[in-house]
Design a protein. Structure first.
Length: 446
């Protein structure tokens, strides 16, 4: 821990523990470490990572400024090889290259498999870039080097469980996730992994019971609580309890006291969009959410966020705002090489974000055939701009609904056959198939 005294190390270790438990106090402890040791290599690296993990453009810009000052003041020659790799990873991400940052951290944990910060940050990068195989193998490749009695071993299991789920190993993900939570009842990422495994198997009632039994452990006191409430609301939606979905939305997902953070607004938009696809009345929630996105005034930073902002604008019937965002991103893409390997969001925006945004606008304007034309070629590539299977399912459902509305019966039957054979217990799939059957029998087209 170069340029880091004993007091700063203690703050650093507490910050790491807070990060692994998704506690907001991680930032406070990192700040305390830097107050004691301003030139601390790992303290400055940690602060940079925290500025990036929220996918907030303004936070990333502030982190870049602070890290630039550190790099001008501290020569890499005075750091350990491990610290230099962290500095390179943080620098790459601050420069916009998430993929390179992830590669550097993957190399780091080959030599230092017990570097919990490198594993946790790399795991989130794999999530932001939609790399299910690395979500699994980055953690799996290090886990055997850990002592099962290590205080953080269970938290690594929670990460591994999520990687297993995203890679399709649902039974194993459930088992590993349950063991992780048994070790640490407040392991909200482990709880989140189990919840995902139930979601992908269509076990919605099991998911509700699991979350209900642990409400005191996940529902407050961490910055993943809104997202886990979102999962709870998805379960309710799939089981037909729309009134309860809206109650959860109002109480926990978006309300007057919400922070306005991108990740919270993202969950809000994703939930309301699913209600929109189902034809549910959401009252005045769309306009309030669209206002919250507009207040952010984000630039081109993370295409996954842009798509959810467009959902909010389309849902609120503010198509001009959606089209304005699209034009701004089109203009931005023209200023960079969309294939440049050093700017991850350029390719994410050009290849996935922009066509998806255009498809959402088309859906809002009831141009369903155009929606299908835009989404169908991308449906097996949505992961390229990040998120989880559960999050991206909103786009898959948009494609299904557009297909049904457009009267593409054969395509609709194929898409639903895929879904039903993968998740036979999912009520949405059965409902959509029933609607397709009725449409086919009358040969009607919207």
């Amino acid at each position: 821990m170069t340029y880091t005294d004993a007091d700063a190390v203690r703050h650093y270790e507490q910050a790491l523990d807070n990060l692994l438990f998704f506690r907001a106090e991680a930032a406070t402890e990192v700040g305390a470490a830097l107050d004691v040791s301003p030139r601390s290599a790992m303290g400055n690296v940690f602060r940079a990572y925290l500025g990036l993990l929220g996918t907030e453009e303004k936070d990333a810009a502030e982190a870049a400024t602070a890290f630039g000052t550190f790099r001008r003041d501290v020569s890499p020659a005075g750091l350990t090889p491990r610290e230099r790799m962290h500095v390179e990873a943080a620098s790459a991400w601050l420069d916009g290259d998430m993929h390179e940052a992830g590669r550097i951290l993957a190399g780091l944990v080959v030599t230092y498999p017990k570097d919990a910060l490198a594993l946790a940050v790399g795991h989130q990068i794999d999530f932001f870039t939609g790399d299910a195989v690395l979500l699994r193998d980055r953690i799996g490749g290090a886990l055997s080097a850990w002592d099962r009695d290590d205080a953080h071993y269970g938290l690594l299991q929670g990460m591994y469980a999520f990687g297993l789920e995203e890679a399709g190993h649902y039974d194993l993900a459930e088992r590993v996730g349950l063991e992780a939570v048994e070790r640490n009842a407040r392991d909200v990422w482990g709880i989140h992994a189990v919840v995902h495994s139930y979601e992908m198997q269509g076990r919605h009632e099991d998911g509700i019971r699991y979350l209900d039994a642990r409400t005191d452990h996940w529902a407050t006191g961490n910055y993943l609580n809104v997202h886990n409430w979102w999962h709870y609301a998805l379960y309710l939606l799939e089981t037909g309890r729309t009134d309860q979905v809206l109650a959860v939305y109002d109480a926990a997902i978006h309300h007057d006291g919400s922070s306005g953070a991108a990740m919270e607004l993202l969950d809000a938009a994703a939930l309301l969009w699913r209600l929109h696809l189902a034809g549910a009345d959401t009252g005045e929630r769309w306009p309030a959410l669209a206002d919250a996105w507009a207040r952010r005034n984000d630039g081109a930073h993370y295409a996954f966020n842009d798509v959810h902002a467009v959902m909010a604008y389309v849902g609120a019937d503010r198509l001009s705002d959606a089209q304005k965002l699209i034009r701004e991103r089109e203009s931005w893409v023209r200023t960079v090489d969309p294939r440049h390997p050093g700017l991850s969001n350029a390719a994410m925006t050009a290849d996935i974000g922009l066509p998806v945004c255009r498809a959402l606008v088309a859906y809002g304007q009831r141009r369903y055939a155009e929606t299908v034309d835009l989404l169908l070629p991308l449906r097996r590539r949505f992961q390229d701009f990040g998120g989880s299977h559960a999050q991206r399912d909103a786009l898959q459902k948009t494609l299904v609904e557009a297909t049904l509305h457009a009267g593409y019966h054969d395509l609709g039957r194929t898409l639903l056959s895929e879904r039903i054979n993968l998740r036979a217990r999912c009520p949405y799939n059965q409902d959509a198939l029933a609607r397709l059957t009725r449409r086919t029998s009358t040969a009607g087209v919207d």
